[in-house]
Design a binder for this molecule. Structure first.
Ligand SMILES: Cc1cc2nc3c(=O)[nH]c(=O)nc-3n(C[C@H](O)[C@H](O)[C@H](O)COP(=O)(O)OP(=O)(O)OC[C@H]3O[C@@H](n4cnc5c(N)ncnc54)[C@H](O)[C@@H]3O)c2cc1C
Ligand code: SF4
Length: 502
């Protein structure tokens, strides 16, 4: 039973951030270090705000946590100071709570009953509680390798080492299967490694979890593109089942704006990957924002990561452009009523550090110098409307005013078009859907027998929490395929898509 007066005594309290100067001096995470005793006391108060609602919208995958995290249960355990039991409850539904605790946009908090009215002090800071349970779990040694007592003798290949592939691999290894994860990059982690910057999640957090997977028996092969370095025949011969967790990394380009061919214009990932490699110690990035005016096109999360990265590289200025108008600062009940994911202005730590954002604008031309390098972008104020017949979005200028913005580096963060075209898919006889994803039946199996799919490759570019949820679910399906039945949990069904934002 929760504390019935907790939410009356305490307001929502989010973790403190480091000062701007401290943040920009290193690539480290933006949140301040708090002494564990003080941290735990603050979080126990926060957990005591949970009302243990009869219908906890926070933990339903429809409106809240895709993993079905047992939020009211662990909130109460934290309130009582029983961190070991809270760790068990959290790990029962989430393989990697230290990733979601740092990276999840927390749809659970949008579904918290305390977010219905602004007078209630704000939703429980669920993500912070999750993060603290995860931190406590590692500090106290509750996280140990769980080595399977049985061996099925069945071999599974997981292609791709992002959160979906890692979750599937951990579940299947623990169920007694012999699992090998293949990754074409030189390091493991997918977008956790080379997309998401260090200031959002330090890579030592990922490496610590990978060490646990290795001790449990999961094998890893890096620098191996399946379909090329390991042929489809070898894959088929060597494994009883295959999980495709290859992501949706085909970046959307801007092929129509005049001047796109100028040098200095890049997809955001062409900037983020080498920047992350630099932080890993691989030497300077070929695309560096130091001393440059940087313009980022696209108002989403990837754009915000390019923004924080460019600031840390020493950009002269950083401007992020969004073609949509500034969203409201509070939930618009007509457009996105509680407990759905609200359409509101999202300000990331990177935005507080430097630079500016411009809304309801679009680039109509990239302007170059005599050397063929971009030197400016031409901007117009625009309105985005849906064509009533085709349903397509149309971007139209609202007046004749033209603004020129200096730009020595332009980063296109305008989304992803789906799974990359790769020899592996041809070899398996798989084609992509109109959304650029790989489809599957209700058992997560593609049209190629024994080949399963999960994560962004199935869902389209999404979130870490969905990748873990799909990885857990596909593991259950593969286990049933190999053994006839499975006790592994399956938090989501393959048809649970697509959902806007979450
Ligand atoms: C810049 C950026 C920031 C983001 N920030 C957040 C965030 O803060 N919070 C959040 O929840 N989500 C965030 N996301 C989204 C999140 O990272 C993804 O939804 C998630 O990583 C998807 O996991 P996945 O395992 O399906 O695929 P990925 O993480 O994309 O991993 C796929 C892996 O498969 C490998 N691969 C592909 N083909 C082959 C092959 N043939 N052989 C071997 N390996 C192969 C790739 O190299 C890659 O490592 C962000 C995304 C980006 C791009
Ligand atoms: S994983 Fe995300 S949605 Fe689930 S409890 Fe954690 S923060 Fe909330």
């Amino acid at each position: 039973m929760a504390d019935p007066t907790g939410f009356l005594k305490y307001d929502r309290e989010e973790p403190k951030k480091k000062s701007k100067e401290e943040r920009l001096a290193t690539w480290g995470e933006v949140y301040a270090d708090v002494e564990p005793g003080e941290r735990d006391e603050q979080v126990r108060k926060q957990a005591s705000r949970c009302m243990d609602c009869g219908i906890p919208f926070c933990h339903s995958s429809g409106s809240g946590c895709p993993l079905g995290n047992l939020i009211p249960e662990w909130n109460d355990l934290v309130r009582r100071g029983d961190w070991a039991a809270a760790s068990d409850r959290l790990h029962a539904t989430n393989n990697f709570p230290e990733f979601t605790g740092k990276l999840c946009p927390a749809p659970c908090e949008a579904g918290c009953v305390l977010s219905v009215s602004p007078l209630s002090g704000g939703p429980v800071a669920i993500k912070r509680v999750e993060q603290t349970i995860a931190d406590q779990s590692w500090e106290a040694g509750y996280v140990q390798p769980q080595v399977s007592a049985v061996s099925s003798g069945q071999r599974v290949a997981v292609v791709g080492s992002g959160p979906a592939g890692l979750a599937a691999a951990q579940q299947l290894t623990r169920a007694g299967h012999e699992v090998t994860v293949y990754e074409r990059d030189d390091r493991l982690g997918g977008l956790l490694r080379y997309g998401i910057p260090e200031f959002k999640m330090e890579k030592k957090v990922l490496d610590r979890r990978l060490a646990q997977l290795r001790k449990e028996g999961t094998k890893f092969v890096t620098g191996c593109e399946v379909g090329v370095d390991l042929t489809v025949e070898e894959l088929r011969e060597g494994y009883d089942a295959v999980v495709l967790a290859v992501g949706a990394l085909r970046g959307r380009d801007d092929k129509t704006t005049p001047g796109r061919e100028l040098s200095g214009i890049h997809l955001a990932m062409e900037h983020l990957v080498p920047a992350n490699k630099y932080v890993e110690g691989d030497g300077p990035s070929p695309i560096d924002a130091a001393g440059k005016h940087v313009v980022i096109i696209g108002g989403g999360d990837t754009g915000a990561d390019s923004y924080g990265t460019a600031t840390r590289q020493g950009a002269l200025s950083v401007t992020q452009l969004d073609q949509y108008p500034t969203p409201p600062s509070t939930r618009d009940d007509e457009r996105s009523p509680w407990p759905t994911w609200p359409y509101i202005l999202r300000t990331y730590p990177a935005h507080e550090e430097a630079g500016e954002r411009k809304f309801a604008v679009a680039v109509t031309r990239f302007i170059g110098d005599d050397e063929g390098d971009v030197r400016a972008v031409e901007l117009r104020q625009v309105r985005v409307v849906k064509d009533p017949e085709t349903g397509q979005r149309m971007v139209t200028p609202v007046n004749d005013e033209v603004e020129e913005l200096p730009a020595d580096l332009v980063l296109l963060a305008i989304g992803f078009e789906g799974v990359e075209h790769m020899p592996l898919l041809d070899g398996l006889g798989l084609s992509l859907t109109k959304r650029g994803t790989l489809s599957c039946g209700s058992d997560w199996q593609t049209s190629s027998p024994g080949v399963f799919v999960c994560g962004d490759a199935h869902r389209g570019a999404s979130l870490v929490v969905w990748a873990i949820a799909e990885g857990r679910s596909v593991a259950s399906a593969v286990d049933a395929y190999l053994t006839g039945a499975s006790d592994l949990p399956a938090p989501v069904h393959p048809t649970a898509l697509p959902l806007a934002v979450v």
